[in-house]
Design a protein around this ligand. Sequence first.
Ligand SMILES: Cc1ncc(COP(=O)(O)O)c(C=O)c1O
Length: 232
Amino acid sequence: MREFSVPQERKLVTELPGPNSIALQARREAAVSRGAGTLANIYMDHGSGAILVDVDGNQIIDLGCGIGVTTIGHAHPAVAAAAAEQAGKLTHTLFTVTPYENYVKVAEKLQQITPGDFDKHSILVNSGAEAVENAVKIARKHTGRRAIVALDHAFHGRTNLTMTMTYRPWPERAGMGPFPGRSTASPPATRSETGSPARRRPSTRSTTSPPTSARPRSRRSSSSPSRATAAS
Ligand SMILES: Cc1ncc(COP(=O)(O)O)c(C=O)c1O
């Protein structure tokens, strides 16, 4: 059984946020762009397993987990040791310039642990949005087809194309257009959104523009694509 450096329990020693978090928040407001919004202005110092310890010494249960990505828990000794070993050996060479074994090892691991008994190859990129963008590029190049199907209520990221594929019109897309045209399929567009008659269900709406019902009225004009963009 794993030993944790912090007892796996919630323990508050100050109000939340505590004084050190409040001081950091003031520094942050002076230095960090407001575009990087946060849900809880409680600043973390370290973590162990399922517990985060903030800069005031409060222990809280981490139900956020980096939006579900730190599933192995914080500061797992094996992960920390592997990261320290790698940092001591080699930090960055850019695989496409001078390759290294660990990239290959990750691709081999993905072959083993992903479903399907067929030939699989991977590329590794920096973020989810970059992965989605590359998947679209590869699919377009391979198939010669242009349109992309994304599910209703899907979230795909915050880059230009992945915002287009993301259903939620606000806050991600508001005021960020124009977007690439004919990228996703979900309910049909209305004339007011595309400048052309509504298309047939189930799969031909260009979500360069969000559904009228879901878009805040005051933001409608700023998030609408141009007619040319929607038709591209
Ligand atoms: C399903 C899905 N796709 C794409 C992304 C975008 O990932 P990133 O924020 O790493 O660009 C996310 C991020 O939350 C996601 O949940």
